[in-house]
Design a protein around this ligand. Structure first.
Ligand SMILES: [Ca+2]
Ligand SMILES: [Ca+2]
Length: 365
């Protein structure tokens, strides 16, 4: 009989996970029919305090049997009200296991400036991107789970180093996100944190903004700009589209009326720009051709200015290259010049076509 019981568990329980966390040991199981679940009792103090819940129903005391080093539960999804079952073994005193309330947002600051603390904020369009986001969080029922803090920028998880969490009171915390270098365009940062209740109730803040260019010197409608390139892909000889203000071309069309492409051969490629008059420049942005659903973001670039009859590099791509984004901005110490070029190293093009340089717009400011 005992052997049959164990086999039944294996067949009927679709998934079981056991984790020992700050609020006791939790066991999560998915089962559609009545089943027996055996959990090792090692390390648990006896007598056990065990709670069970499923679906949207609250926690209730769970019945169990102790068999030496094992705890045996009889799971009855029909009576519990759901097939996704959670067991909580020995929650610590002081933990409000019935807590269903997310922590409250108590403050929001962008670059040190307080804003109304709301879960979704749009900062509007600006030629300055936010450097830091700071939020205050407090939970009324439980402590905050300091390990649960997450930050995402445009759907990508941000590195731990970008986040700092300050908490003098277990129920309160201040989270600061350093934004790092940001490309022109529309962006969204998301910060979240949970309380320590078994439900891990989460507060989430979304900060959206448009980082826009307002000082591009290269627009042909504003000034007489001359451009030269090292080479051209067949039927991509014209450079007219590179400063017409159209930066984004959505769809399958990416021909010479909207872009320029270098010859697709190994070796350096470059675009040279001559301004009508000398300007103090501090950054150059290149917008890449988007074709077949992917950005053709080049990876190894340098901005160079004339020096001693040759060229001097003022900005270079980082060793790891650039994120696959619609634009890439290279920043440098201001330099007064009437000419510069963007040089692509041999094989430094987009990863899927490393020998091409394919551009829809170039800006300098
Ligand atoms: Ca709570
Ligand atoms: Ca263009």
């Amino acid at each position: 009989m005992r052997k049959l019981g164990v086999m039944t568990v294996v067949m009927l329980i679709a998934a079981v996970s056991v984790s020992a966390v700050s609020y006791g040991t939790t066991v999560r199981a998915i089962c559609n029919v009545s089943a027996q679940l055996v959990v090792p009792a090692t390390g648990q103090s006896v007598p056990l305090k065990v709670f069970i819940r499923a679906g949207s129903r609250p926690w209730q005391p769970a019945e169990y049997e102790l068999d030496g080093e094992r705890i045996i539960f009889h799971l009855k999804p029909g009576e519990l009200g759901g097939s996704e079952i959670m067991l909580l073994i020995n929650p610590p005193a002081g933990l409000d296991i019935y807590d269903e309330k997310a922590p409250a947002l108590t403050g929001l600051k962008i670059d040190g400036k307080p804003l109304r603390a709301e879960a979704r904020v749009h900062l509007g369009a600006s030629n300055k991107a936010p450097a830091s986001i700071l939020i205050g969080v407090a939970d009324g029922e439980n402590a905050l789970d300091l390990t649960s803090v997450r930050a995402y920028f445009d759907e990508s998880r941000m590195a731990e180093e970008a986040l700092s969490v300050d908490s003098a009171d277990p129920r309160k915390a201040t989270i600061k996100l350093d934004m790092g270098s940001i490309e022109y365009g529309s962006h969204k940062a998301v910060i979240s944190m949970a309380d320590v209740s078994p439900q891990a109730n989460e507060v989430k803040v979304v900060v959206a903004f448009d980082y826009v260019d307002t000082t591009n010197f290269l627009l042909k409608s504003l000034a007489d700009i001359k451009m030269k390139a090292d080479s051209a892909f067949p039927n991509y000889e014209m450079l007219d589209a590179l400063n017409d203000g159209i930066k984004r071309v959505i769809g399958a069309h990416c021909q010479n009326d909207v872009s320029w492409a270098s010859a697709e051969v190994p070796g350096e490629h470059w675009l040279e720009v001559t301004l009508a008059e000398a300007r103090k420049l501090k950054e150059v942005t290149i917008y890449w051709a988007s074709y077949g659903g992917s950005e053709n973001t080049s990876q190894k670039l340098a901005v160079q200015v004339p020096a001693d009859g040759g060229w001097r590099t003022v900005a270079e791509s980082p060793e790891k290259g650039h994120p696959m984004h619609e634009s890439t901005t290279l920043r440098f110490e201001p330099v007064e010049v009437s000419k510069f070029r963007v040089l692509q190293a041999s094989g430094g093009g987009p990863p899927n076509r490393p020998d091409i340089m394919w551009v829809v717009e170039i800006e300098a400011r």
